[in-house]
Design a binder for this molecule. Structure first.
Ligand code: ADP
Length: 886
């Protein structure tokens, strides 16, 4: 802020056209006219100290002053000399008088403001070489002009400062009028500052000014800070009396304040009048303009519009729709390159794709037709089909009945999946299979929250999106293969899915919205019941499918698999036949499974091989020999035209059916044994070969693949009486081995395995027991009797019967306890061509489930004690009998 300065008696004068510099104001001007350049050069640029010049307003001739008082004209008025008129055209810095008449009268104001140069910069214009100055000036104080004269090309003036002396000022400050006026001015100024502060968030510094600068100076500074017209500026300049100045300033500041307020009100009013949609429209227009400017693609916008349409058609419930709209608004505001755009979009796509209401129309259920359909699709399985029909009947009577979830349990390839899809077909619903095998993470079922990178919905929601209806038959495949670990428990999520009370509002973490699963019909499959958590099992009704006998497999193969396989290969029975005997051979020698999946695969391989043979044979046989009428439409036309055509080249890409038709000859090709892979994968001699040495016995176990034959091998070698076990064994089976060894050692003398003298069977030797198929984990108690048998065989050096397999848990005292999975085990023995099966006596009741055909081909031997097992396992009875005979 300018402090009081001593003004010289004469000042160089820089005229300001129609403009006033007030004390306290800072202004930047550019001097280009020769006179002002000269003035700046001489009075400011060439001086050592900061120079002071006078700024005197000049009224443009066109802007005739309404009041004459303070102005003067050329040649008259105040003490302006003659010469002044001569130099009139050079008086302006930026406001030139170019083209004006020389005689034109120039109106000088008789009061001005002394100004100090705060900054100077000199420039040379190219190519003219003209010098220009940029000057920053600060107004210091008012003066009045006594006499105006010229100095070279510019004016000077004799002046009198109009600044009040300190004493005078002190006196005025006591004046109550002044006090009142200054208070009023400060209040108005304060108000203006607050308004500006709100608008521009500035003003901190202005407030400080209000407290530190004397009020009469403030008046000038405030007025100088906003635009007022020239007359008012002059009026302000002429307000030498501080009271007049304050009241004038208060009036001007107040007016400015009002004008800001009015402007604000108008803006608000206009804004209010713009409805929300108009505003949106405007904003969108702006956005489009910005995008165009940026060269952004408009396709994206079309896509979003398409997405919006899709969402509108998705039939979302009101609450979901609201949420979706919110998300869509967010998406619209984003740029495609922005992080989160894609994830938001993918999410909305999912919302639009999910079948919120879409359902396949359930047709009136015809139970008879459903039964026929099940019979057509599946051979046997009488009990299972009966249960399915019951289930469907209940649904027919009470469509929204919350019956139990059917769970088909059985080895692979026994028709669990295809039964479930038959249920869907019978109900006229869509079918979707959700594989749960290996699912350990709860998020697989429930989805990941969208905060994760790469998050996605769970398998259920994903399945529903794929199937596109909200009432499909959903198969939860391999529900026993889910496990729990640190990532949560999928079973608990499944519990919610299967609970009719809770699944109305199933919450997928990704979706983060409730989805109604109550219309979905759930069917589950599992290989085994045990791994299914009890709470989950409780919600389901288990239907067991044990696996097929070779006879059943034969029927299934002949009726279902073969026609399908041939069809898949574009063949038919007219053209290729696989006799029953061959299928039987495939079942016996090439597959050893509970289900029929491998059988189907083998038949397919056979069909492929046969197709090649047939193709070769038909090309080799000249058709002219015995002219056959070929039915093929492919050939018909040609034969008509050219009767001699004997051979036809089948063009590449012709449908398989056409090939088979083209090669159709009188006798179909019959597959014989030579076409089967040699040597066969399995034969009946396997068991005999494996038990050819003492120490090996044949057990029956139960796995996820149904029943299996499990050999147990024992051997002894020099050592310290230790037992070694291998073959990926669990704790239970290891304990069974311990029990078996203990039992044999305890009975060693009795069994004549040792003499009374050297009663320790393990004296100087170790025993090693191995369960082949070492890579497959094994556990369970049912190998007890098999272990004892192999140990007795080892120590007695007698071979176990190759045609006999056994199963049963054994106690330390030698009692044989019942085991599970008898039906599967007996079926497995039958598959392996075993003739005799030793079972715990208390498993007798389970034999009722074994098909009669299998039972009749087997000799079932029931054992109560271990001795009974041993009696049956060895040729000619238990070894000790032999010994005792000797
Ligand atoms: P799973 O689900 O039990 O593993 P699938 O249902 O996939 O087995 O069945 C495998 C194949 O065997 C399917 O092609 C199925 O049609 C067929 N299949 C299984 N059991 C029968 C049956 N009883 N009658 C006809 N085809 C069957």
């Amino acid at each position: 802020m300018a402090e009081s300065v001593e003004l010289p008696g004469r000042l160089a004068i820089l005229p300001f056209r129609n403009k006033v510099l007030l004390p306290g104001a800072i202004i930047r001007i550019r001097c280009t006219s020769p006179s002002s350049v000269k003035l700046v050069e001489q009075e400011l640029w060439q001086r050592e100290e900061k120079g002071i010049i006078g700024i005197l307003p000049v009224r443009d001739a066109a802007v005739e002053a309404p009041s004459a008082g303070s102005t003067s004209s050329a040649g008259g008025g105040t003490n302006l000399g003659e010469r002044s008129s001569k130099t009139q055209e050079e008086t302006s810095d930026s406001h030139k008088l170019g083209g004006k008449n020389q005689q034109e009268v120039i109106h000088w104001h008789n009061r001005g403001v002394a100004a100090r140069a705060l900054h100077l910069s000199r420039g040379v214009e190219k190519p003219s070489g003209r010098v220009t100055y940029i000057v920053v000036l600060e107004g210091l104080c008012r003066f009045s002009v006594q006499e105006l004269s010229t100095r070279g090309t510019y004016y000077t003036a004799r002046i009198t400062p109009l600044e009040m002396a300190k004493a005078e000022m002190d006196q005025v400050e006591q004046d109550p009028d002044f006090v009142a006026l200054s208070r009023q001015f400060k209040a108005t100024a304060m108000e203006l500052i607050s308004v500006l502060e709100q608008k521009q968030k500035t003003g901190g510094r202005t407030k400080v000014l209000l407290e530190t600068v004397p009020v009469h100076k403030l008046a000038d500074i405030f007025v100088a800070s906003f635009e007022i017209n020239f007359e008012e500026q002059l009026c302000m300049l002429d307000s030498v009396d501080v009271k007049v100045r304050l009241s004038k300033a208060t009036e001007l500041v107040d007016r400015h304040l009002q004008s800001i307020r009015v402007a604000e009100k108008i803006t608000q009013k206009v804004e209010g009048q713009l409805s929300k949609s108009q505003k949106e429209f405007l904003l969108r227009q702006q956005m489009r303009a910005i995008k165009e400017e940026l060269g952004d693609n408009d396709d994206e916008e079309d896509d979003v519009a398409a997405l919006e349409r899709k969402m509108q058609d998705a039939g979302m419930p009101a609450n979901i729709w609201k949420h979706a709209q919110r998300e869509l608004r967010r998406l619209k505001k984003m740029q495609p390159q922005q992080p989160g755009y894609n994830s938001s979009r993918v999410y909305l796509e999912l919302l639009a794709d999910l079948p919120w209401q879409t359902a396949s129309e359930e047709r009136e259920l015809d139970l008879k037709a459903a039964k026929e359909r099940l019979d057509i699709d599946h051979y046997g399985l009488t009990k299972v089909k009966k249960r399915i029909i019951e289930y469907l009947a209940v649904r027919k009577l009470k469509p929204d009945a919350r019956g139990p979830v059917l769970c088909f349990v059985g080895p692979p390839g026994v028709g669990k999946t295809s039964l479930a899809s038959s249920i869907a077909a019978a109900l006229g619903r869509k079918f979707i299979r959700i594989s749960l095998g290996g699912v350990k993470d709860e998020a697989d079922i429930r989805g990941h929250r969208r905060t994760y990178i790469g998050s996605m919905p769970g398998r259920l929601i994903d399945g529903l999106k794929r199937v596109g209806v909200c009432n499909p038959v959903m198969l939860l495949d391999e529900i026993d293969k889910t496990g729990s670990d640190v990532r949560g428990d999928p079973a608990s999520a499944l519990l919610e899915v299967l609970d009719p009370e809770q699944n109305k509002t199933f919450n997928d973490h990704y979706l983060n919205l409730p989805f109604d699963l109550s219309k979905v019909i759930f069917v589950a499959t599992a290989n085994r019941v045990q791994p299914i958590p009890p709470a989950l099992l409780d919600r389901m009704e288990v239907i067991e499918l044990p696996g097929y006998t070779p006879e059943e497999k034969l029927r299934i193969a002949m009726r279902h698999l073969l026609p399908r396989v041939l069809d898949q290969h574009g063949l038919s029975f007219d053209f290729l036949q696989i006799p029953e005997a061959m299928v039987k051979l495939v079942i016996q020698r090439y597959t050893r499974e509970a289900g029929v999946r491998n059988l189907e695969r083998n038949l397919a391989a056979l069909a492929r091989a046969a197709a090649v043979r047939v193709a070769e044979r038909d090309h080799a046989v000249p058709l002219t020999k015995d002219v056959q009428r070929l039915d093929s439409p492919l050939l018909d036309g040609r034969l008509a035209d050219e009767a001699e055509v004997e051979m036809e080249v089948i063009p590449i890409g012709v449908d398989n059916h056409d090939i088979s038709n083209a090669f159709r000859v009188a006798s179909p090709f019959i597959v014989d044994e030579t076409m089967l892979e040699k040597p066969p994968k399995y034969d009946d001699k396997e068991t005999a070969e494996r038990v050819a040495t003492p120490g090996v016995s044949v057990g029956l176990v139960w796995t996820a693949f149904g029943g299996e034959v499990q050999f147990v091998e024992a051997t002894a070698m020099g050592g310290k009486g230790e037992l070694h076990l291998t073959g990926q064994l669990g704790d239970v089976i290891k304990e069974s081995a311990q029990i078996a060894l203990t039992w044999v050692r305890a009975r060693a003398t009795e069994l004549k395995l040792t003499t009374a003298v050297e009663s320790n069977l393990l004296e100087g030797r170790d025993v090693h027991i191995h369960f082949p198929a070492g890579a497959v984990p094994k556990d369970g108690p049912s190998a007890g009797v098999t272990l004892v048998t192999s140990l007795v065989s080892l120590f007695s050096q007698r071979r176990v019967r190759a045609d006999t397999a056994m199963t049963g848990e054994m106690t330390l005292r030698g009692l044989v306890l019942p085991v599970g999975g008898v039906k599967d085990k007996v079926l497995a023995a039958h598959r392996y061509g075993i003739k005799r099966v030793i079972l715990p006596e208390r498993n007798f009741k389970d034999l009722a489930e074994v098909p009669a055909a299998v039972l009749s081909s087997l000799e079932i031997l029931l054992a109560k004690r271990m001795e009974d097992v041993l009696e049956q396992a060895f040729e000619g009875g238990c070894p000790w009998r032999q010994h005792s005979k000797l």
